[in-house]
Design a binder for this molecule. Structure first.
Ligand code: TRP
Length: 361
């Protein structure tokens, strides 16, 4: 059996450069590598509703934003199946059966759930749907028999939980589900890109994101006002590179050709970092370089987005086709699951015979 990818995003806002280096860029490479038999990219609207139940309009509005971001990054509907989670109702049925294989205390120990509960002050009033979303995420992955789940580091506990469910299901009901592997970004800076303010995470509410759909001007303004080393006051002062978002972004984005084009006096990132640490290299110069690098990377994405924005019905058509295809694949897995659990009563000739014999004595 070939390798199969499933991954996705919650449609709660436009995607930002953290999504890009953490996952999107890789997806496009994987898509074009030809190594995968199937690639499924899911817009996780049902999962987004687990903590936005009072605001379905937000989710509704952002589905097309995420789809536009996907297409503009180079995800190609001819090679990848892009679909909407709630359009595949089989996923909810799978979740319902998997719920019996997971304990409440195991969910409470899931680090992502734990920290999100704390972050959002859900402590005392967690919606059951939110609490159980790791189970629904396992349904997303297994419905497509995914072997490979390319995601950011923050999703590690979800994949771990999914693997446990697969193991439990296969042990209890017989080999049915495919054991998935997580695929993390290979560059350390890409694991978790900090916000422009230096905070650990980019988040819309913190207003510290650079969006893929930002204009050239917006990107420039954000880069030039980025947080750097607060102790690097004078150009001659030695500066710190670790934890300095400007350098983390450069590690995530810059390529040798960017140095050749925009900063030929440095051989590469190491030399630039050495100079900054030694002192004598000003923040403005580094930020201008970062701006050039980001503009070079984002310009083709922005241009493709503008093209797709002129044809919104085509974007919905892609999602509709993708959802229909995904639904058929998930339906097959659900048939396999029901057969393994022996709850496929009407396809089960042995069951009918057994009951008949019981009553014909
Ligand atoms: N939890 C993911 C996120 O917040 C989205 C998601 C839902 C997902 N189901 C998935 C990712 C299955 C990978 C596999 O971005």
């Amino acid at each position: 059996m070939g390798k199969i990818i499933l991954t996705g995003d919650r449609p709660t806002g436009r995607l930002h450069v953290g999504h890009y280096v953490g996952s999107l860029r890789r997806r496009v490479e994987l898509q074009n590598s030809g190594e995968y038999e199937k690639i499924y990219i899911m817009i996780a609207d049902a999962q987004a509703l687990t903590d936005n139940a009072d605001n379905p309009e937000k989710v509704r509005q952002n589905i097309v934003e995420v789809a536009l971001d996907y297409l503009s990054c180079g995800l190609d509907p001819a090679k990848s199946t892009i679909f909407i989670q709630s359009m595949v109702p089989e996923l909810t049925e799978l979740s319902f059966y998997y719920m019996n294989l997971v304990t409440v205390s195991r969910l409470q120990r899931n680090p992502t759930v734990k920290s999100e509960i704390q972050m959002r002050n859900f402590e005392t009033s967690i919606p059951v749907g939110f609490f159980t979303y790791p189970i629904s995420q396992a349904a997303d992955i297994t419905a497509f028999q995914a072997t490979t789940v390319p995601v950011g580091e923050d999703q590690m506990p979800m994949i771990e939980q999914c693997r446990e469910i697969v193991h439990k299901f296969n042990t209890v009901y017989g080999e049915t589900l495919t054991m998935p592997d997580i695929m993390l970004p290979d560059n350390k800076a890409c694991l978790r890109l900090p916000g422009t303010d230096g905070k650990a995470k980019m988040s819309k509410s913190l207003n510290n994101c650079i969006y893929l759909s930002d204009t050239e001007e917006e990107v420039k303004t954000k880069v030039m006002s980025m947080f750097t080393d607060p102790n690097h006051l004078k150009v001659s002062d030695p500066g710190q590179v670790e934890g300095n978002p400007v350098f983390i972004y450069l590690e995530a984005f810059s390529k040798p050709e960017h140095f050749e084009e925009f900063l030929p006096e440095y051989a590469g990132i190491e030399e630039l970092e050495e100079h900054y640490k030694r002192g004598g290299l000003g923040d403005v110069k580094v930020k201008k370089f970062l701006n050039n690098v980001l503009q070079a990377e984002l310009a083709p994405i922005r241009a493709r987005r503008q093209e797709w924005e002129k044809n919104i019905p085509a974007v919905y058509e892609i999602l509709k086709k993708g959802s229909e295809e995904a639904q058929q694949v998930a339906a097959q897995t659900l048939r396999d699951v029901r057969a393994s659990m022996k709850i496929n009563y009407f396809d089960d000739a042995a069951l009918i015979k057994e009951q008949m014999e019981k009553y014909s004595k």
